[in-house]
Each structure stands twice: as structure tokens, then as C-alpha cells.
Design a protein. Structure first.
Lengths: 300, 255
């Protein structure tokens, strides 16, 4: 693979990691978030500050950054998740704008100039650049997917599905809505934070506008195009939306327009996303249903 | 503590200026089936919602098993042993029938971090869910998406989910409406069987024949107030009840 390909692939993987987090919040727990980029930004800024100003290594800074992202996620989630649907969308957009404004207007965070000179990731004395860095990102994606899978198999995940489908009924079945939503939200923001950390060390320079509202929309597009609430959805979405702009390089100025058009088309024709209704769970159901249909006597 | 599983004392709730429920009091004995009747808009479902923790009463007290529970959130009421069904069915449409029941089976796990990290898709849970589905007659639909079920089966699913909580008090909100005659019989028998297992039942029902036949005692509400209380025979001969409810043509279509 050429360096160019490695670069594209690394970017796609970083976006897929963030989208996995969004998939937990929107796809599994059913809570719309239009401010996911803010948490990618918080992860990136935390690690950038800790490694440049703080003098820590990537590995020392990462757990602290994740802790920061998790705490901010908890603080933002606590009031936001009390509102539903449209109001939640507006609230999360608000969070995104506030966080970007803080990045932009705090001199200690580099202000409008951003943070440069972010060091390379080192592992056992080796500098991870290009290809090795790609494999680092790749292992992070595998980890995030494993956590996502574990989430869907755990009681916590099931309680989130129930909240997504029918909140009143779920709470009458012993699910605390606040607890379930907040757990999903914090888990999702942690994944966003991880993506941000990798992004900072990949770009080596970050500024506030990389994490502004359009990036949140991109992440949501990835999740919706791939298929909300599906296991591979965020990855497929990231690959599709990551490769398309590379293939249509000349159209790069119209990227946001294309995303919007794509999103509308998906909602109209494929509301479940590319993988909608064909995640591991429902493939099994489909087979069962087909089997019972061929047996006959089934009313569906 | 007492032989009363549930005591409702002077329960009231206001929605803006509307007194939806006004100073209602009643008790349910252990293993009793209490029918909650009344015309549309009498406040029956609102009462249910207060007992199950969906609404917070404006004033009054709710005692469950000698513990005061008014104002507690719905998920805590579920863990205290109150199972309920919804008049307007609320299935988890995207999940299968089996998964719907497993959500209820998981009730003891949701409030502990370590327990909520365990797996739910275990053989034990699937067997338990299918056993419950068998009691309500839904075992054939176990792997169907709940959103695809017709109304009658959704009513059974509501009961199955409530049963999966292993409740001590079961609140059934019009669980017979939309069911065929034979299906009603099955559910009637099921309710009697549940009661024999030691569960107390509060039921709202519009089908008078079913409600009168099933209930040990009946409480009649009208315009948010308690109108009458007693055995089905006493209540159906009460002139105030006939005036408010049975006399308005409801009795003819219920007969």
C-alpha cells in the first residue's frame, strides 16, 4: 500500500472509531446527538496539551485524556439526557458550539492558532509513523468494536435497546432511563475521545475548527449511512464516506452538499442504512422466518 | 406487616386545573383480584400510573407492603414487585418477542454496574422467557419482531412481560380489549392461575361480564372520585353506579 492509501485508511479508521461511539448513543440507546465532534475534540485537545505542555508520553496521557472526556461526557449528559428528541438534538448542537468556542478563545489552548508540534507515538522505543500508526489505529478499532459487541450482549445494552424502543415501558420493567442513557452516552463519548487522541497524534497539529458542527454531521452521516444500531454499520459508513470524497476529489468543495443529499436519500429509500435490518441478530431471524415460511402455515 | 398488599389513601392528582383523580382511597388484600371500573375518563389509568410510579401524585399516600411508595420512579416500583401492562400497548417493536420478555427478566440486573455487565443472551434466560411465553400462549411467536404482532398477541406480550418481573402486585390495564372470545377465556384462566400463585391483581376492564366475573371486589370511579366499592353484586345494584355508568347504555353493549 502506498503512503497515500495508508493515510486515507488511517483517517477512515479514526472516523470509524468515533462513529462507533455515536452508534452506541444514537443507534443503540436511541438518543440523538449532533455534538459528537465536541468529544472527539476534547480527546484531541487533552492529549495534545498533556503531551506538548505536560511533557507526558502518548501512553501516559491517554488514560488521563479518556478520563477527562468521560467526565465531560457525564457532566454534559446529565442535564441533556433529560430532554428528548428535537430538544436533545438542539442541546447537543449547543454543546458542540460551546466546546469549539472554548478551544478557539482560550489562549492557553492555542486560541485560533491551535496546537502544533504534537509528538509522534512511541512504542518500546520505536516511533509509530504511517504504517505502524495505521496498525495502532486498527487495533484501537478492533478494541472499540469488541466493546460495542460486548455492550450489545450485556444487560446494559439490552436496557438501552428497551429505552430506545419504548421508554415508559422500559422504566416499568425496572430500567432506570437516566442510568441507561447516561451509561451509553459516556461510553460513546469515550470512543469519540479515543478517536480524538489518535487524530491529534496523526495530524500533529489540531485547531478548533476540525471539531466543529459539520464534523458532527459527518459522523452522524457515517452512522446513518452504515446502518444505525448495526455492528458493522459505523465501519461500512466510514469506508463509504471516506472513499467517496477521495474518488471524487474534484468535487471536494461540494462534500457537505453530497453528505446532505446522501443522508436524505438514505432516509427516503434505506432508512435502516446500508446494513439496516441485517446485523448479526436479525440475519438469524431472517433465516428462521424464511425457514418457517417454507415450512408453510406461518401467517407472516 | 398487614394483609393489605396495597393501600391507597386520599390519592389526588391535578393536571393543570383538572382534578383527574380526587381523594381516592382503596385497599387490595393479598391474593385478591380487585376490579377498577368506571366510564371513560374516570381516572382509572391515571390511578394505575400513580401506583406504578409513572406519575407523581399531587397529594395522598400509596403504601405497598407496608412501605410508602408514592413519588418513587417507575423502575423502582418494578423492583418492589409491581408489574403492569399498558392500555395502549407499548412493545419494544424492534426486539423479538423473546427479547421483550428477557428485558423484564433482567430487572434485578439493571441497578448494579457489575451485574449489568453480564450477558443477557443465555440459555437460562431464553428458557425462562419461553416458559412465560408458553403460559400466555405466545411460544410460537418467540422469534418474531414484536412490531409485527397483531394487537391480540401484543396484549398477551404485555402480560408476559409483567409476569417476567415476578410481581407481587399485578396491574392489568384493559388487557382483554381487542381479544376474541376464546382468547379472553384463556387469559381469564391465566389471571386466576396467577392469583393462586400468590399474586394480587388490580385490573381495569371495560368488558363488564369479564370484570364482574373475575373480580373479588370492585371499586367504581367516576370523574376522578370513588363512587362505590364492594362485591360485584353489591356494586352492580348500587343506584349511583347504575346512574353513572351502567345506566348510560354501557350495560347493554357489555351484556
Amino acid at each position: 500500500m502506498s503512503i497515500y492509501m495508508i493515510n486515507v485508511a488511517t483517517q477512515i479508521i479514526i472516523q470509524a472509531i468515533a462513529a462507533c461511539g455515536l452508534n452506541i448513543i444514537v443507534g443503540h440507546a436511541g438518543q440523538i446527538s449532533l455534538g459528537h465532534a465536541a468529544f472527539v475534540g476534547i480527546g484531541a485537545y487533552s492529549n495534545a496539551m498533556l503531551t506538548t505542555v505536560g511533557g507526558l508520553t502518548f501512553w501516559q496521557a491517554m488514560p488521563i485524556s479518556l478520563l477527562i472526556v468521560g467526565l465531560v461526557g457525564l457532566l454534559c449528559g446529565l442535564p441533556s439526557l433529560r430532554v428528548r428528541e428535537d430538544f436533545l438534538a438542539i442541546t447537543t448542537i449547543g454543546i458542540n458550539f460551546i466546546v469549539v468556542a472554548i478551544f478557539q478563545y482560550t489562549p492557553a489552548l492555542g486560541g485560533a492558532l491551535g496546537i502544533g508540534g504534537i509528538p509522534n507515538v512511541e512504542l518500546f522505543g520505536f516511533v509509530l509513523k504511517a504504517r505502524p500508526f495505521f496498525w495502532l489505529c486498527f487495533s484501537c478499532l478492533v478494541l472499540v468494536l469488541a466493546i460495542s459487541l460486548f455492550f450489545t450482549k450485556s444487560w446494559l445494552g439490552l436496557s438501552c435497546f428497551a429505552i430506545r424502543e419504548e421508554e415508559t415501558a422500559a422504566s416499568s420493567m425496572g430500567v432506570s432511563p437516566v442510568r441507561a442513557k447516561l451509561s451509553a452516552f459516556v461510553l460513546g463519548t469515550l470512543m469519540a475521545g479515543l478517536a480524538g487522541i489518535l487524530y491529534a497524534h496523526y495530524m500533529k497539529f489540531i485547531s478548533a475548527d476540525s471539531f466543529s458542527f459539520p464534523f458532527s454531521v459527518t459522523l452522524l452521516s457515517i452512522t446513518v449511512v452504515g446502518g444505525l444500531g448495526t455492528f458493522w454499520g459505523p465501519v461500512v459508513g466510514a469506508v463509504v464516506l471516506g472513499i467517496l470524497p477521495e474518488v471524487f476529489r474534484p468535487l471536494v468543495d461540494y462534500r457537505m452538499f453530497l453528505y446532505a443529499a446522501l443522508l436524505l436519500m438514505m432516509i427516503r429509500f434505506l432508512p435502516g442504512g446500508l446494513l439496516g435490518g441485517s446485523d448479526l441478530l436479525s440475519v438469524k431471524n431472517l433465516r428462521k422466518r424464511k425457514a418457517s415460511a417454507t415450512k408453510g402455515g406461518d401467517k407472516s | 406487616m398487614t394483609d393489605k398488599i396495597l393501600s391507597v389513601k386520599d390519592l389526588s392528582i391535578n393536571f393543570g386545573g383538572l382534578k383527574a383523580v380526587d381523594n381516592v382511597s382503596f385497599d387490595i388484600d393479598r391474593q385478591e383480584i380487585l376490579g377498577l371500573l368506571g366510564p371513560n375518563g374516570a381516572g382509572k389509568t391515571t390511578c394505575f400510573n400513580m401506583i406504578s410510579g409513572v406519575y407523581k401524585p399531587t397529594s395522598g399516600e400509596i403504601w405497598l407492603n407496608g412501605k410508602r411508595t408514592d413519588g418513587l420512579p417507575a423502575h423502582q416500583m418494578a423492583s418492589l414487585g409491581v408489574g403492569r401492562t399498558f392500555q395502549v400497548v407499548k412493545p419494544f417493536s424492534g426486539l423479538t418477542v423473546e427479547e421483550n420478555v428477557i428485558v423484564s427478566l433482567g430487572m434485578p440486573n439493571y441497578n448494579s454496574f457489575t451485574r449489568s455487565c453480564r450477558f443477557w443472551h443465555t440459555k437460562a434466560n431464553i428458557t425462562a422467557a419461553n416458559d412465560i411465553l408458553k403460559t400466555v400462549g405466545l411460544e410460537k411467536e418467540a422469534s418474531t419482531k414484536a412490531g409485527l404482532l397483531p394487537l391480540g398477541n401484543l396484549r398477551k406480550l404485555e402480560i408476559a412481560r409483567a409476569l417476567a418481573l415476578k410481581p407481587t402486585l399485578l396491574l392489568l390495564d384493559e388487557c382483554f380489549s381487542g381479544l376474541r372470545h376464546e382468547e379472553i377465556k384463556v387469559i381469564e384462566d391465566l389471571i386466576r392461575k396467577i392469583r393462586e400463585q400468590g399474586v394480587s391483581i388490580l385490573l381495569i376492564e371495560h368488558n363488564m361480564r369479564v370484570a364482574m366475573g373475575l373480580s373479588d371486589r370492585v371499586v367504581v370511579l367516576d370523574h376522578g372520585r370513588k363512587l362505590a366499592e364492594g362485591t360485584p353484586e353489591q356494586v352492580s345494584s348500587d343506584p349511583a353506579v347504575i346512574e353513572a355508568y351502567l345506566g348510560k347504555g354501557e350495560s347493554t353493549d357489555a351484556a
